[in-house]
Design a protein around this ligand. Structure first.
Ligand code: ZN
Ligand code: ZN
Length: 145
């Protein structure tokens, strides 16, 4: 399976092209499947002659088209692959000490979250299409034993 061509088709449906810059930026997400800031992506793609403003601009395009999603942590904007991601629905935990981001995939936690989502939609008649919850604190490695 070539996820890049799947993403290319997705973009095409919305009249966007998979330009050289977008392809290089997406490759970062496909290789790492990680949370990256625009600056982290720029650090990788600058070798290809791609500028930081180009990274910012294309991140917005990819985000608007639901290919990547944004997580804000303490004013830092992180991005991760959303479309064709191998990852399931998950929560994030950020350690305020070592800055590491941990992901929780526990099915019972996710089920609870889906219950909350359903309840919000029922109670307020809103339509939830993205959930962004970040827990913050001290991780196991940084805390006292
Ligand atoms: Zn830590
Ligand atoms: Zn994540």
């Amino acid at each position: 399976m070539d996820r890049l061509s799947d993403i290319e088709n997705l973009l095409k449906e919305k009249n966007y092209k998979l330009t050289f810059s977008r392809r290089e930026i997406l490759k970062c997400f496909l290789v790492e499947e990680n949370h990256m800031r625009a600056e982290d992506i720029y650090f990788i793609v600058k070798k290809e002659g791609i500028s930081l403003p180009t990274v910012y601009r294309n991140i917005e395009v990819l985000k608007d088209n639901n290919i990547i999603s944004e997580i804000s942590i303490n004013g830092d904007r992180f991005f991760e692959l959303k479309a064709f991601s191998k990852k399931r629905v998950h929560f994030h935990f950020k350690c305020k000490n070592c800055k590491k981001i941990i992901e929780y995939y526990d099915i019972d936690l996710v089920v609870n979250l889906i219950d909350i989502k359903n309840e919000i939609e029922k109670r307020y008649n809103n339509n939830v299409d993205n959930i962004d919850i970040v827990f913050e604190g001290t991780c196991e490695d940084c805390g006292e034993n």
